[in-house]
Design a binder for this molecule. Structure first.
Ligand code: PEP
Ligand code: MG
Length: 326
């Protein structure tokens, strides 16, 4: 642990000079302290729903704004990506109507951007709070559970309408707004080419993506061990996203738990995914792993492994990493 803490001033750069961006996931004001403790590059996922979940009523705009401004102030020069509310489904709020809360399959239900677009009043309040908090700086906004490009377009249009309202009132607004989508619904991958020209960044939510790819509830312990993040299906699925996003000049990241596990992160970097947003406790171990890597050798190894997959991908990667001294 002490060894990892000492890495806070070391950059995640491979032995052959390839820079990886390591950010943290956060959801509370106090989580921002993790930036200084770990030396992470920013907050790659700020889960704004936490404030909604701990509140007994819908948080008012000024309360939302205060939280977002505090987070931006504490982060300073480091970027913060705010994800709009991912509530509904299993994160049901008592103060939302019952009709929104009762579902057979909440994970696949009326949640996240679906709920937000269905209740535009809620999303408008959040948009105003974020735009006001981001006045005079760059604001990064990310939409969860985008399944179709039009959902992203509608969400973005809602933000832009709020921005215009601020302009028309002569109020200060962000110097720039960067819009991103989460890729956690597999269907979006098939239309990515249509969406990429309108995106600034794409962040893969491997927690939900895995449960939807394998049709396996992420909260069911009986299934937890059955489907490996290092399965050929997941790795090949992720590999397909890399070249198109790079060609479109869109930043690609992983913000699910997968990126915080050293062997999984190694595989992601080998696929060409160079931005990870992870739980703060994982930053030290991931930095240490990155600093022991030969990036060129890893990329070649991943290509071979995915072209002709071994029966035991985890075993093969472990063996390779050990032989490389990772
Ligand atoms: C994910 O689904 O991978 C993700 C990062 O979002 P959450 O865990 O909040 O659903
Ligand atoms: Mg998710």
């Amino acid at each position: 642990r002490a060894a990892f803490a000492s890495l806070k001033n070391e950059l995640p750069v491979t032995k052959d000079g390839h820079r990886v961006t390591v950010m943290v996931n956060a959801g509370l004001r106090d989580d921002v302290a993790a930036l200084d403790l770990t030396g992470a590059d920013g907050i790659g996922l700020f889960r704004t729903e936490f404030q909604f979940l701990v509140s007994s009523t819908l948080p008012a705009r000024d309360r939302q704004q205060r939280l977002y401004r505090d987070v931006l102030d504490a982060a300073g020069e480091r970027p913060v990506i705010f994800r709009t509310v991912d509530i509904g489904g299993d994160k049901a709020l008592p103060y939302l109507s019952k009709e929104d809360a009762e579902e057979e399959n909440p994970a696949m239900g009326w949640r996240a951007l679906r709920l937000a677009l269905g209740r535009p009043g809620l999303m408008k309040v959040q948009a105003r709070a974020l735009l006001e908090a981001g006045a005079g700086r760059t604001l990064n906004v990310m939409f969860p559970m985008v399944s179709e490009p039009w959902e992203f377009d509608e969400a973005r249009a809602l933000f832009e309408a709020q921005r215009e309202w601020l302009v028309s009132r002569g109020k200060k607004q962000p110097t720039a707004i960067r819009y991103g989508a989460m890729l956690e619904v597999p269907a979006l991958a098939e239309q990515l080419d249509l969406l990429l020209p309108r995106l600034d960044f794409l962040s893969i939510g491997t927690n939900d993506l895995t449960q939807f790819l394998f049709a396996a509830d992420r909260a069911n312990p009986k299934l937890a061990e059955r489907y490996d993040w290092l399965s050929v299906s997941i790795l090949r699925f992720l590999r397909r996203l890399v070249a198109p996003t790079r060609e479109a000049g869109v930043q690609l990241a992983v913000c699910g738990e997968m990126g915080g596990r050293p062997l999984e992160a190694l595989a992601l970097i080998g696929l060409g995914i160079d931005r990870l947003s992870i739980t703060p406790a994982a930053v030290g171990p991931i930095k240490a792993m990155v600093r022991s890597l030969d990036h060129a050798a890893l990329v070649a190894k991943m290509r071979d492994l995915l072209d002709a997959p071994p029966r035991d991908m985890r075993g093969a990667l472990t063996e390779w990493a050990t032989a490389q001294g990772v």
